[in-house]
Design a protein. Structure first.
Length: 154
């Protein structure tokens, strides 16, 4: 699927739509994504700041989507674990960026070449408009080569 089509679809996906999460960009090569969330009455908490569940949700699917598309469907890829540390109150618009590197992809290919699984941790900061870190999110992603698939090496 084209990254632009996925981005448009994700912006209509009910969990993002109703939380106020907007996918601003997914690069055509699936190496980069950027999301934002404006503070709205439906995504703020009792104290008038961003609801923590929405902060975590805005970062949820991106490492899996980027890695899955880099591995060209030859691997099973899914989230295994996640954690969030709230650093500062989120007010206004917050953003998160995801950059998948050659090293990430190479590590998965190396670890899974024999049929073993790979477990990688990815870190993402959710930042406010002034660059203040609002939350630190860690996601552990599981990847394993699909049974019967031979890796196409470039």
């Amino acid at each position: 699927m084209k990254a632009s089509r996925l981005r448009r679809g994700m912006n209509l996906w009910p969990p993002f739509l109703f939380a106020g999460v907007h996918v601003e960009e997914i690069s055509p090569d699936y190496r980069y994504a950027r999301v934002r969330m404006r503070l709205r009455p439906w995504n703020r908490n009792f104290f008038g700041t961003h609801f923590g569940g929405s902060l975590f949700a805005m970062t949820d699917p991106f490492w899996v989507l980027l890695l899955f598309n880099q591995l060209k469907g030859e691997h099973v890829v899914w989230d295994r674990a996640g954690e969030i540390e709230f650093v500062a109150p989120g007010r206004g618009t917050v953003r998160a960026e995801f950059r998948l590197t050659d090293e990430h992809v190479s590590e998965v290919l190396e670890q899974t070449s024999s049929g073993a699984k790979a477990l990688l941790w990815f870190d993402t900061d959710v930042v406010g408009q002034d660059g203040t870190v609002i939350a630190k999110v860690r996601k552990q992603v599981y990847a394993r080569r699909k049974r019967g698939k031979q890796l196409a090496r470039a």
